[in-house]
Design a protein around this ligand. Structure first.
Ligand code: GLA
Length: 371
C-alpha cells in the first residue's frame, strides 16, 4: 500500500514537472522565438528598493525601458547640469540581466524644462540656438551610453490627431526638420543604436496616414530610422484588431520595424473623446469614475485576458515586423493609469496585480504564444 501510494505521488510529481517543462512560465521564454518582451521600470525598481517588482522584471522580461529617468527634465534639468546617477543604475541593471536596453526619450514636448526654449529674458530662442541645445543634449546623453543603450526613442509624439505635425515649440522654433535633425544627431552620437519614432493613437486613420507620410519622407531622405513605436495605450475596444493589423502591415511595407513601446489596457470608464495620452489632460476626481476600487470582478478579468490574447495574436502574426513588446509598468500598482486621466483611481491595466501575482491576463498572453 505504502509503495503504491509513493509511486502515485511520484507519478503526479513527474507529470506536473513534465507539464511545467512544456508550458513556459515567463513572458520572455514564451516569446523568445518571436520578439523581446519588456516593461518600463521606475526609480524604486532601478535602485533595488522594490524587490517585488525587481523579482518580476528579472524573471519575466528580456528588455527594459526607463519610465522617467531619461526624460529631459530629469536627466538634464538645468543648462549644463546632467543627472546621470539613476540612468547609470538603469543601464547597469539591464546589463547585469543581459537585457535589451531602451532609452526614452530625446525630443518631446512634455517633461522638458522651459529653459530649453527660452533665453535669459524669457523670449523664445532662435532656430540655431535650439538646434545647438538639442544637439548638445543628444550628444551628451546618447554618447554616454554609446554601445550600451540598444535603442532610443528619438522623437516622441510629433504628430497631431489629424496627421499633421504638432505645433510644439520644437516645430515652431526649428521647423518640420527638427525630426530629421534629432535622428541625425542621435545617429552621430551612437551609429550602432536603433532609432525609433514613438507616438500614440497611430492606429487611427488620419494619424496613421500622417505617420506613413512622415516615415516615407524620412526614408527617402536617408534618415536612419529603424522602427516606429506604437505606444499601445489601449482600451478593451480601441484600437480594433483590424486597425492594429493594418497599421503594423503598412509600416512593415515601408521597411521599418514596429515596436509596441508602452502597452497597457485601461478597463476603467473614460470619455471616448479622451483616448489619447496627452498627459496635460486631467479630470477632477469623481467616485463614479472609479468603479473597481475594491477589486476587479472576475468577468472583467476575463475580458482583459481575452483582449490581451487577441492583441498578442496580431503581434505574433507580424512577428517578422514586430521586434519588441514593452508594457508600461510592471504591476497594476505602478501604472500611470492610476493617475490619468483622473487622479487617484484604482486601475488594472497590466499582467501582474498589486501583490505582484500573475493575473488571468498573464496566462492568456503566455498561452497565446503557444497557439
Ligand atoms: C507618453 C510617454 C511616456 C509616459 C506616458 C504616460 O506615452 O511617452 O513616457 O509619460 O505618456 O505616463
Amino acid at each position: 500500500m505504502l509503495n503504491r501510494s509513493l509511486i502515485a505521488v511520484a507519478a503526479i510529481a513527474l507529470a506536473s514537472l513534465g507539464a511545467a517543462a512544456q508550458a513556459p512560465t515567463s513572458l520572455k521564454d514564451a516569446y523568445k522565438n518571436d520578439f523581446v518582451v519588456g516593461a518600463a521600470i521606475n526609480t524604486a525598481q532601478i535602485t533595488g528598493q522594490d524587490s517585488l517588482g525587481d523579482a518580476i522584471i528579472e524573471s519575466q522580461f528580456s528588455t527594459i525601458s526607463p519610465e522617467n529617468a531619461l526624460k529631459w527634465e530629469n536627466v538634464h534639468p538645468q543648462p549644463g547640469v546632467y543627472a546621470f546617477e539613476i540612468p547609470d543604475k538603469y543601464v547597469a541593471f539591464g546589463e547585469k540581466h543581459h537585457m535589451f536596453i531602451v532609452g526614452h526619450c530625446l525630443v518631446w514636448h512634455n517633461q522638458v524644462p522651459a529653459w530649453v526654449f527660452h533665453d535669459e529674458k524669457g523670449n523664445l530662442v532662435d532656430r540655431e540656438t535650439l538646434l545647438k541645445r538639442m544637439h548638445d543634449h543628444i550628444q551628451m546623453v546618447v554618447g554616454r551610453y554609446k554601445g550600451r543603450i540598444n535603442s532610443w526613442d528619438v522623437v516622441n509624439e510629433a504628430l497631431d490627431e489629424d496627421g499633421s505635425l504638432r505645433h510644439s515649440l520644437w516645430f515652431k522654433i526649428i521647423g518640420p526638420d527638427f525630426i530629421e535633425k534629432a535622428f541625425q544627431y542621435a545617429h552621430e552620437a551612437d551609429p550602432q543604436a536603433q532609432l525609433n519614432y514613438n507616438d500614440y493613437s497611430l492606429e487611427n486613420e488620419p494619424k496613421r496616414k500622417g505617420l506613413l507620410a512622415l516615415v516615407a519622407r524620412l526614408k527617402s531622405e536617408g534618415i536612419p530610422i529603424t522602427s516606429v513605436g506604437l505606444q499601445g495605450h489601449n482600451s478593451l475596444v480601441w484600437p480594433t484588431l483590424e486597425d492594429e493589423d493594418a497599421t503594423i502591415a503598412a509600416l512593415g511595407k515601408l521597411g521599418v520595424k514596429v515596436v509596441i513601446t508602452e502597452l497597457d489596457i485601461d478597463v476603467l470608464p473614460r470619455d471616448p473623446s479622451m483616448f489619447s495620452a496627452d498627459v496635460a489632460l486631467k479630470l477632477r476626481q469623481d467616485p463614479k469614475m472609479n468603479p473597481y476600487a475594491k477589486g476587479l470582478p472576475p468577468s472583467s478579468q476575463q475580458e482583459l485576458a481575452q483582449r490581451y490574447a487577441a492583441l498578442f495574436g496580431v503581434y505574433l502574426k507580424h512577428r517578422d515586423t514586430v521586434s519588441r513588446v514593452t508594457f508600461w509598468g510592471v504591476t497594476d500598482a505602478d501604472s500611470w493609469l492610476n493617475n490619468w486621466p483622473i487622479v487617484g483611481r484604482t486601475s488594472y491595466p497590466l499582467l501582474f496585480d498589486r501583490a505582484g501575482q500573475p493575473k488571468p491576463a498573464f496566462q492568456a498572453v503566455v498561452q497565446a504564444a503557444c497557439k
